[in-house]
Design a protein around this ligand. Structure first.
Ligand code: GAR
Length: 191
């Protein structure tokens, strides 16, 4: 049974691209049914066009409750086995989290440096090591159970952008390996 993955992304989409490429090469035995973004002008939109993956744009509205309900209905219509938050800069509503299996990639070694500025916060704290975390999404901000982590050294002359790019190289490998493992264990539990 082929597993459907729904990706949520808000920015460059390099994680989304790595996941899509891994499904297309067979490294992940699953299928990306679509990428949903809240940012219609984000680079991830162009990446999906090139990769021939459906993009669903769902810009934030002034009515947050309606936006959450619509997001839920979109996901429900796609019936994903796994939802992957890959650089999606929105908090997901409790109903969404309790209905779908959702994982998130975070650019720090949680529980250190949760939130939207993890790389900046690691530099400000003068951390010598930071990294990447893949975790289940729960109702908190980056508080869900950790699935996988990998360290990245902070170098003396790192800027936020340079360090983030080095972390994202690690994140791309970690998210692909984690999705592959999770989908395989879902297959095994079906047997
Ligand atoms: C990644 O570093 C991801 O961990 C981060 O956004 C980046 C997306 O990169 N997400 C968060 O910080 C969420 N708290 P991308 O747009 O190149 O895939």
């Amino acid at each position: 049974m082929s597993r459907n993955i729904l990706i949520l992304a808000s920015g460059t989409g390099s994680l989304a691209e790595a996941i899509i490429v891994a499904t297309q090469s067979g490294e992940i035995s699953g299928n990306v049914i679509g990428v949903l973004t809240d940012q219609p002008d984000a680079q991830v939109v162009a990446k999906c066009a090139v990769l021939e993956i459906p993009i669903i744009t769902h810009p934030m509205s002034s009515d947050r409750k309606s936006w959450d309900s619509e997001l839920f209905l979109i996901a429900q219509s796609l019936n994903p086995s796994l939802v992957v938050s890959a650089g999606f800069m929105r908090i997901l509503a409790p109903e969404f989290i309790s209905t779908f299996k959702v994982i998130n990639s975070h650019p720090a070694l949680l529980p250190k440096f949760p939130g939207a500025h993890a790389v900046r916060d690691a530099l400000a704290a003068k951390a010598s090591v930071t990294g990447a975390t893949i975790h289940w999404v729960d109702s908190g901000i980056d508080t869900g159970k950790v699935i996988a982590q990998q360290e990245v050294q902070v170098l003396a002359d790192d800027t936020e952008a340079v360090l983030h790019e080095r972390i994202k190289i690690v994140e791309r490998g970690l998210i692909v390996a984690t999705i592959s493992d999770l989908l395989s264990s879902m297959e095994n539990s079906d047997e």
